[in-house]
Design a protein around this ligand. Sequence first.
Ligand SMILES: *Cc1c(COP(=O)(O)O)cnc(C)c1O
Length: 406
Amino acid sequence: MLLAHLNRRLREREAASLQRRRRIAETPCAPHQRVAGEGGTRDMLAFCSNDYLGLANHPAVIEALADGARQWGAGSGASHLVSGHGRAHAALEEDLAALLAPCIPGCEALSFCTGYMANLALLTTLGDGDATLFADKLNHASLIDAGLLAEAKMWRYPHNRADLLEARLATCDTPVKLIVTDAVFSMDGDLAPLPELLALAERHDAWLVVDDAHGFGVLGEQGRGALAHFGLASERFIYMGTLGKAAGIGGAFVAAHPMVIDALVQMARSYIYTTAAPPALAHALRASIALIAGEEGTRRRGHLQQLIALLRAGLQAIIDRHPDLGWRLAESGTAIQPLIVGDNAAALALAAGLDARGLWVPAIRPPTVPANTARLRITLSAAHSDADVERLCAALEDLADQEDPT
Ligand SMILES: *Cc1c(COP(=O)(O)O)cnc(C)c1O
């Protein structure tokens, strides 16, 4: 019965063009990768990773990981509350707390195995029966799942509509109120209006849970993230940063008031009932955080900003030459640069055309994004060169010419 049932569900997804497939990368995460395909392996130029600073394959980070393994062995052996919490984890948490302290005065940090688990921990622990969660409709799936698991009521507000949120906050009668938002939205690259949200939190005694998966390392002075980008500082921020994107390795952390951190250690099931990450990862992450916060990080962020400007100028020129195609650029100043095409089939055809030219850019379709906004989701990394971006623009220009011969 199970297999027949699964078969039916899988065929339904296939019929709706929703089936997914994994590609096997034969080389490390980098813009130029060898990828396994039907007729053997192919060299691809990829614009799809979240390795925004190019640290996933950075020699100093690789060396720190090897050094961490020599110093601390391979595994942690137990959960943090049993015996798996090592000096490397503690030192990483101190580094992260010091980095975020200008934005969250007096904060402490707690490290997690993944961002998904950190979000589960946050919303299930803070979102008890006395709380209401106010969550942006475009939040990441992990925040949505966490909200469903939490005892608290969840109200999802229309994307970035701080004005609509205010009315609900004013009439909310639970003692605890939590505003929950991505800082950088993953399919659009736009930012949450964090200054407005903080003002609302202060007016209505709410706390602000900020998921900065795509901002940590990339935005703000020293790569501190979205709070620093806006020049904000408040004890009301409960900040979640992930360490598998710009930090190039894996894991996540929460930086917040020490009482919030203690509550997570005492009560968060996705912190307590799981084996601590290998201490070598924490050791390597310290090297990666040092790069992010230092001169090399500043240089890499500068190069990334140049690439963003180059790509946007190139795409805008194509759009201006081919207005009939109806393509448009998303309002994004971040490393996530969607090219909105509209029609599902057109987005797929464009991704396929790029693929045939050795360029790897994913097409994103509804229901992941709203109807009629199918898009190419281009992500840039400091590991890209100007020539890489120019090659992408030239290929898109070529495809636009084919579509629109006028
Ligand atoms: C990637 C991502 C996560 C999950 O982080 P992982 O460490 O990959 O589990 C959470 N929130 C957002 C917005 C993300 O983009």
